[in-house]
Design a protein around this ligand. Structure first.
Ligand code: 5AD
Length: 457
């Protein structure tokens, strides 16, 4: 009765939340299993950002709930954004769900499962679904405890949640509803968590939040023009053992001089920036309630490339926002091409009820969205091929993360966040090593480690 399978949909924040739930459950004596067919409890940690993501998780829950026919004690829980967004209404479609837990209540999951399990074991008839989607003051501080089990592979990189929620009110976005108001964790707690991770051998930290560039803006003052977010990066940078720092996601509005300049003086800050553009049309940006212009966006990209000419960029784009004309999409295409992204997440606009954009007329036909999507994907593929051609024959610094997915070779990422695959000794896991690139596919680089001169343990 204690085998738990957790399936995660959506963003890195959700991955992080699932890791935290898994850690809390392990600490309570539950077993986290990888085989969904061999579990007593299934938790779906869900995403609401687009309709397709919601349908996927709801479809899965519907399918899995049939299991109760032959496994009457089976427990099914829906966690995270869909739970928060829909609450009890989920029971219309999914009457057999046992647990609905929102984004501020992940830390309550073990207690609720204990209760459900005790009831099952006592033979008490299955009662009402437990629903908890209330707000909770201080919930941003609950997603923190990493738990590394004895037999777990050494952890090389870690996501550290620095903030929850978002107050930007982008007109297409459901996140303010699913994640609530912007709340930052105290800086010294984040730094203490990173120090603990460093002591456990973690080398790379990714600072996570919905709008990390706003970190601490209500809680800490700027010091000599340096924002609280950059102050936090400086503190993590000073931790011995941490070799690389990344963050996601920033907002262009928060990319001020202090952050740009940090890339010039903080060598652990990896030269990879995910900078959501959303649209290259000033009229659409305004309609999206994104407070910057295409000109300002390009200025940030250029400023970052001036500080780090080898900077890698990725972005988020929405095609087919209500009312987007061919000319407006053409402006997005043009800016997309000019920024020369290495990676991009391109989304077809999806109506999210309760958001201001859902009320706009002039929704764009699906086939038009699809065509615009393909135009950007083609540019991205060409950029990637061009970048790969430049990388062939060069030596990149790689952080060795562990066995690749086939378990035959090893994998790690470059500072520019490219996945690499190579032969290595298990003792190199957690080490920064030079890799000579000799082959590249769209998403992966292959090569040989250059170990002469790298001191061994
Ligand atoms: N439709 C399509 N894409 C969306 N995103 C957020 N809301 C929507 C929506 N309604 C995209 C944005 C955001 C990313 C996480 O998801 O590009 O940056």
């Amino acid at each position: 009765m204690n085998r738990v399978y957790i399936k995660t949909y959506g963003c890195q924040m959700n991955e992080r939340d699932s890791d935290a739930v898994a850690a809390m459950l392990r600490a309570r004596g539950y077993r986290i299993v990888q085989d969904e067919n061999a579990c007593d409890i299934m938790l779906l940690n869900t995403c609401s950002v687009r309709d397709a993501a919601e349908q996927k998780a709801i479809g899965k829950a519907g399918y899995v709930s049939h299991r109760k026919k032959h496994q009457p004690d089976f427990v099914l829980g829906i966690l995270g954004c869909i739970a928060q967004n829909r609450g009890a209404e989920l029971l219309d479609k999914l009457p057999d769900v046992d647990l609905i837990v929102g984004t501020q209540k992940f830390h309550q999951v073990p207690g609720y499962l204990d209760n459900l399990r005790a009831a099952r074991e006592a033979g008490v008839p299955i009662g009402e679904t437990i629903i908890d989607i209330a707000e909770e003051a201080g919930s941003q501080n609950t997603i923190k405890d990493h738990f590394v089990s004895e037999d777990a592979a050494p952890q090389v990189n870690a996501f550290v949640s620095i903030q929850q929620g978002c107050n930007m009110d982008c007109h297409f976005c459901i996140v303010p509803k699913t994640r609530g108001d912007e709340r930052s964790r105290p800086m010294d707690e984040i730094v203490a968590e990173c120090e603990t991770l460093a002591r456990r051998g973690v080398k790379e930290i990714t600072l996570l939040g919905q709008i990390v560039t706003s970190y601490g803006r209500r809680d800490y003052a700027h010091t000599a023009g340096v924002s609280p977010f950059v102050q936090l990066i400086e503190k993590v940078h000073a931790i011995d053992g941490i070799e690389r720092i990344r963050f996601t996601s920033p907002h262009p509005r928060g990319f001020k001089e202090d952050l740009v300049e940090a890339y010039g003086r903080l060598p652990k800050l990896c030269e990879y920036v995910h900078l959501p553009m959303q649209s290259g049309s000033n009229r659409i940006l305004k309609a999206m309630n994104r407070p910057y212009s295409r000109e300002r966006y390009k200025e940030i990209v250029d400023a970052l490339r001036a500080v780090r000419p080898d900077m890698y960029f990725s972005t988020d784009i929405i095609v087919g926002f209500p009312g987007e004309t061919d000319e407006e999409f053409e402006q997005t295409r043009e800016l997309f091409e000019a920024c020369n992204y290495d990676m991009a997440y391109i989304f077809k606009y999806s109506i999210r009820s309760g958001t201001p954009a859902a009320e706009l007329g002039d929704q764009i036909l699906d086939e038009v969205k699809e065509r615009r999507n393909q135009v950007l994907l083609d540019i991205l593929r060409k950029n990637s091929e061009r970048r790969n051609a430049i990388l062939l024959g060069t030596v990149e610094e790689v952080l060795v993360e562990g066995p690749d997915k086939n378990g035959l070779r090893f994998t790690g990422r470059t500072r520019g966040n490219r996945v690499t695959v190579f032969d290595a000794d298990p003792r190199l896991v957690g080490r920064l090593v030079p890799l000579k690139i000799d082959r590249a596919s769209v998403s992966t680089l292959y090569g040989e480690l250059q170990l002469a001169g790298v001191e061994s343990d």
